[in-house]
Ligand binder design. Sequence first.
Ligand SMILES: Nc1nc2c(ncn2[C@@H]2O[C@H](COP(=O)(O)OP(=O)(O)OP(=O)(O)O)[C@@H](O)[C@H]2O)c(=O)[nH]1
Ligand SMILES: [Mg+2]
Length: 201
Amino acid sequence: MTIHSASYIISSPDHTKSPAPDRPEYAFIGRSNVGKSSLINMLAGNDKLAKTSGTPGKTQLINHFSINDEWYIVDLPGYGFAKVSISQRKKWEKMIEDYLRKRENLVNVFVLIDSRHSPQKIDLEFVNTLRKWQVPFCLVFTKADKENQRTVSKNVKDFLDKMRTTWQFLPQHFVTSAVKKMGRDKILQLIEEMNEPSDEE
Ligand SMILES: Nc1nc2c(ncn2[C@@H]2O[C@H](COP(=O)(O)OP(=O)(O)OP(=O)(O)O)[C@@H](O)[C@H]2O)c(=O)[nH]1
Ligand SMILES: [Mg+2]
């Protein structure tokens, strides 16, 4: 897919204040600092679209970006960010849960996992929660440029193996680097396919 245009639309404190659900929407979520905003910028081909930061907790609202005036990308706040009050965290969790369960035009969620680490409990718990809520998702392993390929492959395999112990089918997964633009074509291709389901189905 060619990206002709990418623009910021709005940041909303809850899904009811998000733009009208009149086109396919794809949300990006994962631990704080995993690289959500960087991946979105890489996909959109615009480094200034979503705000990135070395400080975890940068993204705090539901951020909508319009791509090609045809579909939405949504940048969500990270989970597992320790340095906020419990009440603030509860508020975010509720906002994310409501968004994921109620947003009617949400086609697919991309769950980002840091490829530098062995499987983390918080990520495994999150994908199990998505299953419970019946929210469709793919896995995106990020920052693949930061470690050698063997370590990345092992971490990806270990994560999938962990899932395999309780899941019958594994979700599709991608290995990416925002710095090297790795994984871009494959993710955009999947989105293109999901935007236009074939007539035969
Ligand atoms: N080397 C490398 N660094 C990356 C990559 N993706 C993100 N980063 C860096 O990781 C840090 C966090 O990136 P963000 O994109 O802001 O992460 P986020 O998940 O949006 O963070 P929050 O909004 O705070 O939850 C930044 O310093 C990025 O430059 C990548 O693929 N490779
Ligand atoms: Mg962010």
